[in-house]
Design a protein around this ligand. Structure first.
Ligand code: DGL
Length: 263
C-alpha cells in the first residue's frame, strides 16, 4: 500500500480547520495543503448541483498539488459531492460521513441509542447520515438542520445568552439525545455549550477525531510531526490565517505558505 505523506484538506471555508487540527494532533503529516473556498462559503444552503460544481473545482485545484490523499472536511460537500469527486480523482478522496458512522461503531454505541444529527440544511436534506446510520442498524435518529450554529461560530460566539436562545429555537424541550453527531465542521466549537444543554453524559462524535482514526485504520500513514501547512483560500486569506492561529495549537504546525486562489 502506498505511503501517505502529503495530504489535502478541503472545506467550504475556515470550518475545516477543526478537522485539520485533529489530523495534526492525532496523526501528523509531512506536508498538508488546506484549501477553503471562503469566497463562496456557506455551502450549507446551496443545492446539490452547485455543491458538486464547487467541489469538483476544488478537486481540480488539488490535482496540481501532488497530494497522496484528499480529505473532504466539509460535511456538506461530503454529503453531496463525494461520489462525483471520487469518480474523477486518481487519488483517494475521503469524506467525513463514513468515518463519523465508523466512530459510532468503534465507540460501541448500542443500536437503539437515541442519536441526534446536527448539520447544515443541505447535509440534513441529503439524508446521507440517516441512510448510513440505518444501514449500520441504528434506528432511533433525529436530524436537525442548525444553520445558525455556523454563524455563531464564525462570530466567535461559543456560549452565553445568544447561544442558549438559538438552542431553544432548534431543540424541542423533550429532545434528550444520548449521542450527538456533530455533522458540520464548525460545531465542535460549540461542544461545551451543547454539553451544558444536554448533560454531561452525552456522547459526541466529532468529524475530525473520527476521520483521524479512520485514516489510521485504512491507510498506510507514516506520522510526521513536521506539519508544514500550505493554506489556500479563494477570498480573505487574512481571516483564514487569523482563524488558524486562534483554533490550532501554537507550535503544532508551521505555515509553509498562504495564498489566494482565483476562481
Ligand atoms: N463546512 C460546512 C460543513 O461542514 C459548514 C459551512 C458551510 O455551510 O459551508 O457542512
Amino acid at each position: 500500500m502506498q505511503i501517505i505523506k502529503k495530504i489535502g484538506v478541503f472545506d467550504s471555508g475556515v470550518g475545516g480547520l477543526t478537522v485539520l487540527k485533529s489530523l495534526i494532533e492525532e496523526i501528523g503529516f509531512e506536508h498538508i495543503v488546506y484549501y477553503g473556498d471562503t469566497a463562496r462559503v456557506p455551502y450549507g444552503n446551496k443545492d446539490t448541483q452547485t455543491i458538486i460544481k464547487f467541489s469538483l473545482e476544488a478537486l481540480e485545484f488539488f490535482e496540481k498539488c501532488d497530494i497522496d490523499l484528499l480529505v473532504v472536511a466539509c460535511n456538506t460537500a461530503s454529503a453531496h459531492a463525494l461520489k462525483a469527486m471520487q469518480a474523477q480523482s486518481k487519488i483517494p478522496v475521503i469524506g467525513v460521513i463514513e468515518s463519523g458512522i465508523n466512530a459510532l461503531v468503534q465507540k460501541k454505541i448500542p443500536k437503539d441509542s437515541n442519536i441526534l444529527v446536527i448539520a447544515t440544511q443541505a447535509t440534513v436534506t441529503s439524508g446521507n447520515y440517516e441512510r448510513c446510520l440505518i444501514d449500520m442498524g441504528y434506528n432511533n435518529i433525529t436530524s436537525i438542520a442548525t444553520n445558525l450554529f455556523v454563524s455563531l461560530v464564525e462570530e466567535r460566539i461559543f456560549n452565553g445568552n445568544v447561544v442558549n436562545t438559538v438552542f431553544k429555537y432548534y431543540f424541542p424541550a423533550e429532545l434528550k439525545p444520548q449521542v450527538i453527531i456533530l455533522g458540520c465542521t464548525h460545531f465542535p466549537l460549540l461542544i461545551d455549550a451543547l454539553r451544558n444543554h444536554f448533560g454531561k453524559e452525552t456522547i459526541f462524535v466529532h468529524s475530525g477525531e473520527a476521520i483521524a482514526t479512520f485514516l489510521q485504520q485504512k491507510f498506510n500513514i507514516k506520522p510526521n510531526n513536521a506539519n508544514l501547512v500550505e493554506f489556500f483560500a479563494s477570498d480573505n486569506t487574512k481571516k483564514l490565517k487569523a482563524t488558524a492561529k486562534e483554533w490550532l495549537q501554537e507550535g503544532s504546525y508551521k505555515i509553509f505558505n498562504i495564498n489566494q486562489t482565483f476562481l
